[in-house]
Design a protein around this ligand. Structure first.
Ligand code: FAD
Ligand code: HEM
Length: 389
């Protein structure tokens, strides 16, 4: 527990930490990777170079310091961090490493302003948050280990089959190499994969793109230009290949109610929406499925959505192509617009969206202009959470 005087110090110094938060995290990560090279492999280095992960950590620290007396306000953010950590198997000893390097980075950036009292207060604050996360993560690890077909740590999965879904997306079906069952997951959740690529250990998340069936998981991967893991999967992974996976995690999941739902995706952002769609239809919900793509060459899962729409009167769907080929006949051409949203989206719908960042920024703005309630709008990032405004 933080002492009252430590709370006062954290509150008093929070503005200066906030002002320098990105500098602190930009010092923190290189310091930690140099001192503890073994930690490097759990992080996606592209998120370091793009600055999204240092920014996400900086935002988390600032939000925490500002709410030090009202941690309940952080519940959503904490839940997201816990799921992300659990998907990558973050462990308590790593918190000591992060704490040490973070405190040193704060000292380096803020210099003399960090008196011994200030250092002690921030260290206590760090450990209060760390213990909260560690406890929540442990609960999740235990829950997954106890679930039928569940596990803790890595489990060996074998590629059963692969299928080209579009010019850029390929699906991989995975089964347990031990022949056992695979735990159910919530539609919208993702796997953490650990691969050894020519001696380099790398970890990535991939959404589960088909509904749970107890025996196999499916992931659908877009080839990312210059991307390490996606190109490895596309070019070198065939049936029989084995990899390590952590149990499914994620809090971007379909709320269980009977309200209408709008699933709005672009590109490979479609993957978590596919099991969400199955679940929503199974619950008899009214569903609108809007998908944006460049054109038919890169449009995955069209046959599946068309087939579902033919069978379910409660599913309305439309495709929007920004660069249609001559023979393409999408429902709409160009980008997703307010008019398209107005035409399809029920006013009382819960909205789930995912796609490239510019798409998400625009969609978020349009939904707000159309007065969709903020608490009914949910979105996911295929990377650390970023600001949409
Ligand atoms: C929750 C979640 C779910 C996801 N679900 C899916 C999914 O269903 N399908 C899917 O395809 N992806 C998904 N992703 C994204 C996926 O995890 C990977 O980020 C993606 O496949 C790219 O990984 P990569 O190793 O191929 O590319 P990386 O090697 O990580 O590179 C990504 C990009 O950064 C560039 N880059 C890399 N290193 C540097 C550097 N040093 N300097 C400058 N640029 C650099 C690369 O050229 C490339 O363009 C998901 C991510 C998350 C967090
Ligand atoms: C109090 C301590 C910590 C805080 C506040 C924190 C905060 C965060 C935040 C905000 C994210 C981004 C979540 C998202 O939006 O996806 C994140 C992701 C992550 N965290 Fe932590 N974290 C802490 C401790 C740790 C520790 C101890 C490790 C292990 C070394 C760790 C490893 C990771 C990894 C690997 C990711 C994903 C990074 C990526 O996608 O590149 N974190 N954390």
């Amino acid at each position: 527990m933080l002492k009252p005087e430590q709370i006062a110090i954290v509150k008093a110094t929070a503005p200066v930490v906030a002002q320098h938060a990105e500098r602190i995290t930009n010092v923190f990560y290189p310091l930690m990777f140099e001192r503890y090279p073994e930690v490097r492999q759990v992080f996606n280095q592209a998120h370091q170079h793009g600055g999204t992960q240092p920014r996400a950590l900086a935002n988390a620290i600032v939000a925490y310091a500002s709410n030090i007396e009202n941690l309940d306000a952080l519940r959503g953010a904490v839940e997201r961090i816990v799921h992300k950590h659990v998907s990558l198997n973050i462990t308590p000893p790593q918190y000591r490493i992060v704490g040490e390097c973070l405190m040193e980075a704060i000292g380096r950036v803020l210099g003399d302003a960090v008196t011994s009292d200030v250092a002690a207060a921030w260290s206590a604050a760090y450990w209060q948050l760390a213990e909260l996360l560690i406890a929540a993560e442990e609960r999740e690890y235990q829950r997954k280990a106890a679930a039928p077909g569940g596990w803790r740590g890595t489990r060996r999965l074998r590629v059963l089959e692969r299928k080209r879904e579009s010019e850029v997306i390929t699906s991989f079906w995975l089964e347990a190499a031990d022949g056992g069952a695979l735990m159910d997951f919530e539609p919208g959740q993702y796997l953490g994969l650990r691969l050894d690529i020519d001696g380099e250990i790398v970890q990535r998340n991939y959404s589960l793109s088909d509904s749970p069936n107890g025996r196999t998981y499916r992931i659908s991967v877009k080839r990312e230009p210059g991307g390490l893991v996606s190109n490895f999967l596309h070019d070198r992974v065939q049936p029989g290949f084995e990899l390590d996976a952590f149990a499914p995690a994620g809090e971007f999941t379909l709320t269980d109610n009977s309200d209408p739902v709008l699933l709005l995706t672009a590109g490979v952002g479609q993957t978590p929406a596919l099991p969400m769609l199955d679940r929503a239809l199974a619950r008899g919900r009214q569903v609108v499925y809007l998908h944006a793509a460049l054109n038919s060459a890169v449009h995955a899962f069209r046959e599946r959505i068309d087939a579902l729409a033919a069978r379910h009167a409660n599913l309305r769907h439309a495709y929007i192509y920004s660069e249609p080929l001559a023979e393409d006949r999408p429902h709409h051409r160009g980008l997703v617009t307010r008019e398209i949203l107005q035409q399809y989206a029920p006013r009382d719908a819960e909205v789930y969206f995912l796609g490239p960042k510019p798409f998400m920024v625009q969609v978020n703005r349009m939904l707000r202009e159309l007065r969709f309630a903020a608490e009914r709008i949910r979105y996911e990032f295929f990377g650390p959470l970023e600001a949409l405004d």
